[in-house]
Design a protein around this ligand. Structure first.
Ligand code: BGC
Length: 807
């Protein structure tokens, strides 16, 4: 009775929107409808005065509210993989709520997140944005985040749909994946976002799926998203992901971003007139856009919100506290007790400089930031910071080992002229007596030097410039020389990978006065070349080394190596050689090659990118004020060789064969009986836990698993009880087991609790491609219970009958 009433009210609610949408569509001319399906001003949905609609702002996403074409300061939350590693659904939801408050405070109606592509390979430059390797965890994270965000009235956009699991050549490569792996792994979190969380928008990905661009893939967009899942919201393209007008228009795309380049009314109108793209198809897109606008009340003023609500920092802090993972802690090296007065040496860029986020469109400019060292300085520890020596400016400026240097000019005085001078140098002076090739009026341009480093690691990019000159690498990460009276020297540490080509550039914009340019590059000297630092290291009782990546090295648009940069490896080796008790703190979005050091260092803390509150959280974990409780949301392989990772990447001839099929991450390790360095779901605490007394009951709809968990150590802490399920006899190509439930709980020292996890029988289904349905096979199964994917308790059970259900 109650259920009928609820269902009735939901369907009336929906009808109310549908009526408004129909009335609105009737008011719009074809011209206006064609305009509305292209993005506006690079990030937004255009205003529609005849419907009384103002412009609707969209912002990246997913790790905070970055801004649009321009990044503006906002709370930088921990990476998605850190959120996932909390295994705490309360935090998934609170994260969405907090980001929703940030969005409302900035007038943003649509947030471009969450990102739910699975961490299939460690090299993917965007793993940090996503929620690890497991579709169940990613689904719980996405649903919580979307419900929190949309609960604030902000539309979530789940992205990148689908199988965009690496970055190099993402505009070109085809992910070749079986339908079964798509349904069981790569689409799961999207499906949950649509069916459970009623996400308002979906963003397609750049790549091709089985040879067809995601932006015009009829199977992905029409058959699965619209038909099977009943998605009724906005399907937008990733920025520049549309490659055709007719194909994208007919195959489901509603909104081309950042503008209607292919959905240009001039190109669409003739197709509509010819009947190739029926007007009804355009109306369908307008319906999806308007339905979402009305449903989320984006047609009126957004709810009022405090700009940068102070509650948000606490949410960011808790995610960091619960998502950072203690991977190894030999000889109880951690926590470091400040009262003991031990001498602690701190080295490595990632400990000495703030690294709250990685790079790309998810890179938030933080409201404030500090390094791990800054945060450790507040804990009362006895610290010495081992920094690299400042670079020799003259040596850097006279470097000339570039593969190519060229200078481009364009005159912006009246007639435009363009000049390129190849073979130039990275030093230039233009004055009234020595004018530039386009004169000394208003001109702009750039000196570009191509550099291919021989070793990976930290470099100093040194510049000495006068006038409006911006020096950097590629189009980002630059410093600005704005003194027009005299040259100023600026130094920035940059991170480069051996063998890759980098564009070092000085971009200038000249209106008056002299312009002087000089820049160059030099490997950053190891801090240990400084005898003071070496002495401090020798004298230290413990050494904290901050290693890993940063926005230069791990970013949207490119993939990154498995290995740590060479200069970092050398620091670790030096500390090991000196027989120090080494604590490695690692920033990365997925596994890195820690096996060469794991035996010789005592502690390893996986810090991901822990957001702007992360340094405090880390310092408190290192000193024991916070007891770590994060669990790896992605496996850390020992090496790539000998695993599916070695075949999974790089792509060959524009194709990525997902030949491991269902066996990604722990599914591969467990099924093949191969041991990763650190397994999925694993993470240590400063206390210990014991799981015992497993019980299992099963009826026709639910498998119910319970176990007792006891805190067997001396301090309060939290653990995550995990239940995996697999068939007793594993058919070829199937995973041994898959995560089906988890429960995080905190226990006092000695405390005990019984945890019960309910798994719907339908969650045991596999996709049957031939019959186009989910199938739960009757027969014998095992449930595996523990606090990682390698949990030791195995409980047999039986499913009494076969069940099939439609997608
Ligand atoms: C990214 C998207 C992002 C968009 C807008 C694209 O390059 O792939 O995730 O939302 O840019 O910044």
């Amino acid at each position: 009775m109650l259920l009928t009433a609820v269902l009735l009210s939901i369907s009336c609610y929906r009808d109310a929107f549908d009526d408004r949408v129909e009335a609105a569509v009737r008011k719009l001319s074809l011209e206006r409808k064609l305009e509305m399906i292209g993005g506006y001003e690079g990030f937004d949905i255009m205003p529609v005065p005849e419907l009384g609609l103002h412009k609707i702002l969209m912002n990246d996403g997913p790790l905070g509210v970055r801004g649009d074409n321009e990044s503006r300061p906002a709370m930088a939350y921990p990476a998605g993989v850190c959120l996932a590693s909390t295994f705490n659904p309360v935090l998934f939801h609170e994260f969405g709520t907090a980001v929703g408050r940030d969005a409302l405070g900035r007038g943003v109606g649509i947030l471009l997140g969450p990102g739910v592509n699975l961490s299939r390979i460690v090299q993917n430059g965007r793993n940090f944005e996503y929620m690890g390797e497991d579709p169940f965890v990613a689904s719980r994270c996405a649903v919580g985040m979307i419900e929190g965000l949309q609960g604030q009235g902000v539309v979530a956009t789940v992205k990148h749909y689908a199988a965009n699991n690496h970055e190099n050549d993402r505009f070109r490569d085809s992910s070749d994946v079986s339908e079964r792996a798509m349904r069981e792994l790569y689409l799961r979190a999207f499906e949950a976002s649509v069916k459970e969380a009623h996400v308002g928008a979906v963003m397609c990905s750049y790549n091709k799926l089985n040879g067809v661009y995601a932006s015009e893939n009829a199977w992905l967009l029409k058959d699965v998203l619209r038909h099977d899942w009943g998605f009724n919201g906005i399907l937008m393209s990733d920025w520049g992901a549309v490659h055709s007008t007719e194909g994208a228009a007919l195959n489901g795309m509603d909104l081309e971003m950042p503008s209607g380049r292919n959905f240009d009314p001039k190109m669409l109108r003739p197709l509509v007139t010819d009947g190739k793209v029926p007007e009804a198809v355009i109306d369908g897109k307008i319906r999806h856009i308007l339905h979402t606008i009305y449903e989320f009340h984006l047609d009126g003023p957004l709810p009022k919100a405090i700009h940068d609500d102070p509650r948000n920092a606490a949410v960011a802090r808790r995610i960091a506290e619960e998502g950072i993972v203690l991977l190894q802690n030999n000889r109880k090296t951690l926590p470091i007790n400040p009262a003991k007065g031990e001498r602690i040496a701190v080295m490595g860029f990632n400990a000495l400089s703030p690294v709250p986020v990685a790079g790309g469109s998810a890179e938030i400019v933080p409201l404030h930031q500090e390094s791990l060292l800054d945060a450790m300085n507040r804990t009362g520890l006895r610290l010495s910071a081992l920094r690299s020596k400042d670079p020799d400016v003259n040596a850097a400026l006279s470097f000339n080992g570039y593969t190519r240097v060229e200078t481009d000019f364009s005159n912006i005085d009246g007639k435009r002229s363009f000049k390129r001078i190849p073979g130039g140098s990275t030093t230039a002076d233009w004055t009234d007596s020595s004018p530039s090739p386009v004169g000394m009026g208003s001109f702009r341009g750039q000196v570009v030097a191509m550099f291919r480093p021989k070793t990976s690691g930290a470099y100093w990019l040194v510049s000495k410039c006068q006038g409006g000159v911006r020096v950097g690498i590629g189009w980002s990460h630059s410093v600005v020389h704005d003194d027009i009276a005299k040259p100023t020297v600026l130094k920035q540490m940059v991170f480069l990978t051996a063998g890759k080509d980098y564009d070092l550039s000085a971009r200038f914009n000249h209106t008056s006065g002299d312009i002087h340019i000089a820049f160059g590059i030099l490997p950053a000297a190891s801090p240990l070349t400084d005898p003071k630092n070496l002495a401090a290291l020798k004298a230290a009782d413990k050494v904290v080394i901050g290693v890993g990546f940063n926005p230069y090295l791990e970013s949207e648009g490119t993939d990154r190596p498995f290995q740590l940069p060479q200069d970092q490896q050398e620091l670790i080796r030096a500390a090991i050689l000196l027989k120090k008790r080494v604590i490695l703190v690692v920033n990365s979005g997925a596994g890195v090659d820690l096996a060469p050091f794991a035996h010789d260092v005592d502690s390893i803390v996986q810090a991901w990118y822990a957001g702007e509150e992360g340094a405090t959280a880390l310092a408190e974990i290192l000193t024991g004020k916070i007891n770590p409780s994060g669990k790896l949301a992605a496996s850390f392989p020992k090496s790539l060789a000998g695993t599916y990772y070695a075949d999974a990447y790089p792509p060959k001839n524009g194709h990525v064969a997902y030949s491991e099929d269902l066996l990604i991450g722990y599914r591969w390790f467990d099924t093949k009986g191969s041991q990763p360095l650190f397994p999925f779901g694993f993470g240590l605490s400063y206390t210990t836990f014991k799981i015992s007394r497993p019980r299992l009951t099963v009826n026709s709809s639910v498998v119910s698993v319970s176990a007792a968990i006891q805190n067997t150590g001396a301090r309060e802490g939290a653990d995550v009880v995990q239940t995996y399920v697999g068939p007793r006899v594993v058919a070829n190509g199937f995973p041994l087991k898959e995560l089906k439930a988890f429960h995080k709980l905190s226990l006092r020292a000695g405390g005990m609790a019984v945890v019960t996890m309910k798994i719907p029988v339908t969650a045991l289904a596999h996709w049957n491609t031939a019959d186009h349905r989910w199938h739960v096979a009757k027969g014998e199964y095992f449930a595996y219970v523990g606090d990682s994917s390698q949990g030791a308790i195995r409980i047999p059970f039986r499913i009494a009958k076969d069940t099939d259900y439609l997608p």
